[in-house]
Design a binder for this molecule. Structure first.
Ligand code: SF4
Length: 125
């Protein structure tokens, strides 16, 4: 995490290979303002074999914490750029982040295609 919650839940769903990235990013200034440093750990990552209803409830609770966090935008971008594969970051679940990333990739492809078309038109003209 920006996440102390995320830190304290390393025993949960966060695989060891994410460690170095998290450790490095732990120095980012925005971490010091993370609301989740003061909140109940356990909200941000799923315990193993969590029932769906419990997961949805936990994720909503985590999102409520994120909603009052002053560094939500920075946290969300961090999680999208890494990308962080697990947990709630910046008010988004892992599944929601995958949707955002897929949209961004599609948008990049569209922009590249449009730029290529413009280049071709200029070259022909
Ligand atoms: S946005 Fe959520 S997960 Fe990110 S630092 Fe704030 S409280 Fe933690």
């Amino acid at each position: 995490m920006p996440h102390p919650p995320h830190q304290s839940l390393q025993v949960a769903a966060v695989p060891a290979q994410r460690g170095p990235v998290r450790d490095r990013d732990q120095d980012a200034p925005w971490h010091t303002e993370a609301v989740c440093r003061r909140d109940e750990a356990g909200l941000f990552f799923a315990p193993s074999k969590e029932p769906t209803a419990a997961r949805l409830s936990r994720e909503e609770a985590a999102k409520r914490v994120c909603a009052r966090c002053p560094v939500m935008v920075e946290c969300r971008e961090h999680a999208l750029l890494q990308p962080e594969p697990y947990g709630v970051w910046g008010g988004l679940t892992a599944a929601e982040r995958r949707v955002v990333l897929a949209r961004r990739r599609r948008r990049e492809v569209e922009l590249r295609s449009a730029a290529s078309s413009v280049d071709q038109i200029r070259a022909a003209g």
